[in-house]
Design a protein around this ligand. Structure first.
Ligand code: 13P
Ligand code: SF4
Length: 300
């Protein structure tokens, strides 16, 4: 631990704060977190937290979700401009238009979305919970928003329902094309390819395992294989390399980086602990409905 990290750990204890970091954060940030999580675990950890002060190292929707699940607690985000471009691809008006067109459908909203969009949805999901959630719903028609790739993947698993997709995508995962997988396999023929369902269907088809960030990590750790090509953000590849030094992890492409996830620095976290900036708030109308959509997910 360096000096800055030690300062953060000391101040975190003094203030009785809980630091949650997503696997896509830089390694030095992951090292000061109480828990490194995927989106679902982050929501769950925030829901179960005993501490009054939660510091979310991730992107804005993650901190907003933590606040929705913990209205009485103080939720801080060290870098307020760290957003998710996919979450910005859909508005509440887009959802309402889809609902008017398909009045019998349930709206399943990927957590990578704003509170305003969650508020007009029936239930939220994460990449690791989406299949279970869609299967648990009584409705036969599902409006899946905003990620078309995750939606297509879930629809291939739940074949007795009809899906209507929004056209959103993750610029980081959707950038990968089949050539990248073929090329990586040529370079590392003994490696298993593990990818995130935000990748395109034609990419997923070529892979050995598809899962959320924590599912990818568990698969790699439990597998007998010792070489892996990691088809998600570089933070996961680095996290795995630190956890399992006896195995080899190759990034699927060189620059598999979510710029927004990399915005948070140790200095930002220290400053958040010192100043109490930047606090997350969600306005009245959206609050109750968005909270319901998230809580339904956590319960299922
Ligand atoms: P996870 O649900 O796997 O944490 O993914 C979050 C995300 O933003 C993926 O791009
Ligand atoms: Fe959003 Fe993609 Fe970054 Fe995840 S990796 S936070 S979906 S832009």
């Amino acid at each position: 631990m360096n000096e800055l990290q030690q300062k953060i750990i000391n101040l975190k204890k003094e203030k009785n704060a809980l630091i949650l970091a997503h696997y896509y954060q830089t390694m030095d940030v992951q090292e000061v977190a109480d828990h490194v999580c995927d989106s679902f675990e982050m929501a769950k950890r925030a829901f179960d937290a005993k501490q009054e002060l939660l510091i979310i190292c991730g992107v804005h929707f993650m901190a907003e979700s933590a606040k929705l699940l913990n209205p009485g607690k103080t939720v801080l985000i060290p870098k307020p401009d760290a957003g998710c471009p996919m979450a910005d691809m859909i508005t509440p008006q887009d959802v309402t238009a889809l609902k008017n067109f398909y009045p019998d459908a349930a709206v399943v909203c990927y957590v990578n979305s704003s509170a305003a969009v969650k508020a007009v949805s029936d239930i939220c999901c994460t990449s690791s919970s989406a299949e279970r959630i869609v299967k648990a719903l009584p409705e036969r028609q599902i409006i899946f928003i905003p990620d078309r790739n995750l939606g297509a993947y879930i629809s291939s698993k739940v074949t007795d329902k009809e899906f209507i997709f929004h056209k959103g995508w993750c610029p980081v995962h959707d950038y990968i094309v089949p050539y990248d997988v073929e090329n990586a396999r040529l370079k590392h023929p003994n490696a298993k390819v593990l990818t995130h369902p935000e990748c395109r269907p034609e990419v997923l088809e070529l892979c050995d395992f598809i899962g959320s960030t924590s599912e990818i990590i568990s698969f790699a750790l439990e597998s007998d294989n010792d070489e892996f090509i990691i088809g998600t953000e570089s933070g996961v590849t680095e996290h795995l390399a630190a956890l399992a030094p006896d195995k080899i992890f190759y990034p699927l492409t060189k620059n598999f980086i979510c710029e927004d996830m990399k915005k948070t620095t140790l200095k930002d976290i220290l400053s958040t602990l010192e100043t109490g900036k930047y606090e997350i708030t969600v306005s009245g109308d959206d609050f109750t409905k968005a909270k319901q959509s998230l809580e339904r997910m956590v319960k299922i």
